[in-house]
Write a protein that binds this ligand. Structure first.
Ligand SMILES: CC(C)(COP(=O)(O)OP(=O)(O)OC[C@H]1O[C@@H](n2cnc3c(N)ncnc32)[C@H](O)[C@@H]1OP(=O)(O)O)[C@@H](O)C(=O)NCCC(=O)NCCS
Length: 168
């Protein structure tokens, strides 16, 4: 497995991977039933959404405050993670996704470690995660992150847990 910065030519694969993971049964079940149709509609095949995503991500790849990394196995993108430095001492993680068929093999842990490698002593690293996403929360706690209350907004009806860590 290779962990490396994302390039523009990865972006369609990242979009498709994101779609696949968001629609995988273990992720969909984190969304309350009443919101699932609305949620699934957001990830329906949509060439305009793909083009919009690619444009947004091209900007992030050019932007020094963003870090977008991918995991690659045999020239296939199997995971990605992104984060943004918001200030000289604050970093926000913005998503960590591993292809459903490749989960549970250490790829998520490796991508997460790479995101943390880009932080500096004194940084506060924070993010939000669906509060009943036990797999992800387990990974984050193992890396020393603590719960920090609940987010102000939900995600398709799912409560969000805030997590943070001071880097020493
Ligand atoms: C969460 C996710 C990124 C983890 O990636 P992964 O490659 O499957 O995880 P890893 O194999 O690196 O495992 C890392 C840790 O996660 C936890 N974990 C992984 N699979 C697990 C499972 N099936 N049940 C419980 N904990 C699990 C463990 O703590 C594991 O560490 P350990 O094996 O040393 O005990 C991946 O499952 C995923 O993409 N899930 C869907 C999207 C998502 O929830 N993203 C995070 C929120 S944005």
């Amino acid at each position: 497995m290779i962990i490396r910065p994302a390039t523009n030519s990865d972006l369609k694969s990242i979009f498709q991977l994101s779609r696949k993971v968001h629609l995988s049964p273990s992720y969909t079940e984190l969304i309350p039933k009443a919101y699932r149709l609305e949620y699934e509609a957001k990830f329906a095949i949509n060439p305009a959404a793909e083009a919009e995503y690619v444009t947004l991500m091209e900007k992030r790849i050019r932007d020094d405050t963003w870090q977008v990394v991918v995991a690659e196995i045999d020239a296939r993108i199997v995971g990605y993670a992104q984060s943004q430095r918001l200030s000289p001492t604050k970093v926000r993680l913005k998503g960590l996704f591993v292809d459903y068929d490749f989960q549970g093999r250490g790829i998520g842990g490796a991508l997460f470690a790479e995101q943390i490698r880009f932080t500096r002593p004194g940084d506060i690293v924070e993010f939000e995660v669906i509060a009943n996403n036990q797999t992800a929360i387990g990974l984050y706690r193992k890396h020393g992150f603590s719960d920090d209350g609940y987010g102000e907004s939900d995600y398709y009806g799912a409560r969000m847990l805030k997590m943070k860590k001071a880097i020493s």
